[in-house]
Ligand binder design. Structure first.
Ligand code: FEO
Ligand code: CA
Ligand code: CA
Ligand code: CA
Length: 640
């Protein structure tokens, strides 16, 4: 997440749900939980497209951990190698053209539409051909979360123009690229019939209960079912039938409303000026005063079929409208599809969605509209370790006409307000969710919340037990009856992140292993290793509580021992976000986002250049977000 552009620390949630004041003994709960988890049999993997491969792999962590780093390089353990594969501006390999990256950022908007977008985030490997378990050929779908316009244009944000807005819009969205392992090296296949860019200008369909609702209609689209583009594509998910889900996070920052801002826009953080993208100056649909319904068309989960380059992306409104971080999949025993989803802002909520229909394993096309029908829930964490999924359906939990919810479309377009009304628990910025394939426990990173306990803000509760929570924590739960569709769960805190060497006892973490803070990216490999990626914001990096902690990093938790150790450190000023593997676990793909980011003026290319020249080096021009490939020298399973 961008620090200055997306303003993750602003608090849009001012509803009056009472905070718990009891702090439970998280360690005691944790021991009980581990005993319970140990008694569970090994269960089937949560979802089966890219990851449902059984491996002779016990999830034990076997690498030698690395130290912290402030160097402008990617470091991995001895015996591993990390290589950039797909950098901002690299050609995707479209037959329509393969423009080379210009190191002065001189590429046009049209060229940018045929190149990697900026600021890679969520990523998923899809084997080729579809239905295979190939670990030598496949597709990568990669989110491009946002743009730093200082870097994106040769002269930064000077002489702001329609062409610059168009290039910024072109650098957003998703890349689909074909990759292949040739002679021990992964390469982008160019040209490839699968190569595709989805951008902020790509035609999309709106589907599900909110499609066509009056609040979804605009001057350009009186139907409320057709629109252009997806933005701020943060983390992601995928379906068992092999489609990609890209999740719209801080979409509010692209809008500006110089008029009187209605409460439904205020609740999502739309403000007078936006977050500095300046699209509204040349693209009037981002003027939220002139086009008050256009913001309602963002904040959704968008389905893309990477195997079909002509597929029209679909906004799936049944999954709710929030600042979506990601959508971690799970599968019930009777093949209903479940997604766990965070709304990443201070004091926002954790959601779950359960499909009405079962996944059709035999007929892929039969799943085309499966994501349009289901039930959305929001989490309430009780102080006694129990939890409830509160249903967000019109007519229940106070979601009545008297409270402003006349239809299910109202509930979904105003998901945050519906969750307020239902009485969900306000969390410390829910980021990624992930399901442990060994015991079906679900984990969520709560990256940080410096406002917890501040004057006029909610105080601590059992699930968010620290005031001024600068380091964040990871919470987890287990559904009742081991059923992902359950309405109740048991929870506890897996780890309080932080630096145990800090003198302030309230800030001590309980990490067993290496120090980290601001957990964000979270993923289980099929053997059950948990991978944690950090996003210490640029304004916090290297100072204050983070003075002793270097560049952002990726760590691995051995779930057999609970020990968390450092696997990777990124270059200066970056965030590590997004991780996926080939089915054999022998190649890992990781995204390095915004190397060289500075916390002050980001419209000026000189500032990031002074910090980082990764990955191309000092002679190469501008720092570039990139997907990297990680392999073991002996060809073994990553992490083993
Ligand atoms: Fe885009 Fe919440 O990170
Ligand atoms: Ca980010
Ligand atoms: Ca983050
Ligand atoms: Ca994130």
């Amino acid at each position: 997440m961008s620090s200055s552009y997306s303003d993750p620390k602003s608090i849009d949630n001012i509803s009056a749900e009472a905070a718990f004041s009891t702090v439970v003994d998280a360690w005691q709960g944790r021991r009980r939980f581990l005993q319970a988890a140990a008694a569970l049999p090994l269960l089937s993997l949560p979802v089966g497209c890219a990851t449902s491969v059984t491996r002779p792999d016990d999830g034990v962590v076997g690498f030698t951990p690395i130290s912290m780093s402030k160097d402008d390089v990617v470091r991995v353990p001895a015996g591993y190698r990390a290589t950039p594969l797909f950098r901002w501006g690299d050609a995707i390999g479209s037959a329509q053209g393969m423009p080379a990256f210009r190191s002065d950022a001189g590429n046009t908007a049209d060229e940018q539409l045929l190149q990697a977008g900026m600021h890679h985030d969520g990523v998923e490997f899809f084997p080729l051909p579809h239905g295979s378990n190939s670990s030598t050929r496949g597709l990568l779908a990669i989110n491009h979360e946002y743009t730093d316009d200082g870097l994106l244009h040769s002269d930064g944000m000077n002489r702001w123009s329609a062409e610059k807005v168009r290039k910024s819009q072109a650098a957003h969205g998703v890349s689909v690229i074909e990759i292949a392992l040739r002679d021990g090296r992964w390469e982008v296949v160019r040209p490839s019939p699968y190569a595709r860019r989805v951008s902020a200008m790509t035609p999309m369909r709106i589907a599900g209960p909110a499609a066509g609702d009056a609040a979804m209609r605009t001057a350009a689209d009186p139907s409320g079912t057709e629109m252009l583009g997806t933005i701020n594509n943060c983390a992601h998910g995928h379906t068992p039938w092999g489609t990609y889900l890209t999740c719209e996070e801080n979409w509010n920052g692209y809008f500006a409303n110089a008029g009187s801002i209605p409460p439904e826009q205020t609740r999502y953080g739309v403000n007078a000026k936006g977050a500095g993208y300046r699209w509204h100056e040349f693209d009037p649909r981002f003027d939220a005063a002139a086009h008050p319904h256009e913001p309602n068309r963002f904040g959704w989960v968008v389905e893309i079929d990477p195997y079909d380059p002509n597929f029209k992306p679909v906004k799936r409104t049944a999954l709710g409208r929030i600042k979506h971080e990601g959508a971690a999949p799970a599968l019930t025993k009777d093949d209903h599809v479940v997604f766990y989803m965070g709304d990443d802002q201070q004091f926002e909520y954790i959601y779950k969605w359960v499909s009405r229909d079962a996944w059709n394993r035999k007929d892929r096309a039969a799943n085309r509209d499966l994501l349009d029908h289901g039930t959305l829930y929001v989490a309430k964490f009780n102080a006694d370790g129990s939890g409830a999924w509160l249903e967000l359906t019109q007519g229940v939990n106070g979601l009545t006409a008297a409270n402003g919810f006349n239809t299910q479309a109202d509930v979904l377009i105003k998901t945050r307000q519906a969750a307020d009304t239902a009485g969900a628990t306000k969390m410390d910025r829910p980021e990624w969710t992930a399901v442990n394939p060994r015991d079906n426990a679900v984990y969520c990173t709560l990256t940080n919340n410096s406002a917890r306990g501040a004057a006029g803000q909610p105080g601590v509760d059992a699930a968010n037990p620290r005031v001024n929570n600068t380091f964040g924590h990871i919470i987890r739960w287990k559904e009742d009856g081991d059923d992902f569709a359950a309405r109740a769960f048991r929870w506890n805190i897996f780890v309080l992140a932080g630096d145990p060497l800090l003198p302030d006892a309230a800030k001590h973490g309980n990490i067993r292993g290496d120090v980290f803070g601001s957990p964000d990216g979270l993923w289980f490999d099929p053997a059950g290793r948990m991978w944690i990626q950090t996003d210490v914001s640029t304004s916090a990096l290297y100072r204050g509580d983070y003075a002793g902690i270097g560049n952002n990093q990726m760590l691995c938790a051995d779930m057999n021992s609970g020990r968390i150790t450092r696997f990777l450190t990124g270059p200066k000023g970056c965030e590590i976000t997004g991780v996926t593997e080939t089915p054999d676990g022998r190649t890992m793909f990781v995204n390095i986002q915004h190397p060289g980011e500075t916390s002050s003026e980001r419209s000026d290319p000189a500032q990031p250049l002074a910090v980082s020249s990764w990955p191309d080096g000092p002679a190469g021009g501008r720092p570039r977000s990139a997907t990297i490939v990680i392999r073991k020298d002996d060809g073994g399973v990553i992490g083993s």
